[in-house]
Design a protein. Sequence first.
Length: 159
Amino acid sequence: MAGIHITDIESAINWWRERSPSPDGITACAEVRALAEVYALLVYYRESECDEATMPAKAKAAWLGWYASTPDAPCIAICSTSQGDDVCKGCGRTFDEVQHWPALSPAAKRATWRRITMEATAWRFNRYAERAHEVDATAARAASPAAEVPGARPPPAAA
């Protein structure tokens, strides 16, 4: 099983803090508390990843809530693996990662995202960065209910 990197846990904590702010400036929502426990243990033991399979259920549910708000695939619709490349020039994933993406666990997908972001050699990070931002924004809008999008109207009621 893939590990969940500490930076993803930190991002999830910050996402939940923004989503469910503290009413008194001291207490945190249950999701933040669950993730903070895992984060603290990683820091204490000087680890950079926690095991997806052994992560406490409440922390994993909170992490998956944040994960659902992130773009799924790094694809920018310029796939050079279909032309025989071992690594896609568009997104930076390997041929196997592209082929098996739907079957990968959320932690494995985030590990791939982390690797390609750290490498920053794919076109999504330079030549076509604007296109990647458009694809990511479109995916984020599609994943979010209209009620959560500022200025958006709720969907019409069913007849």
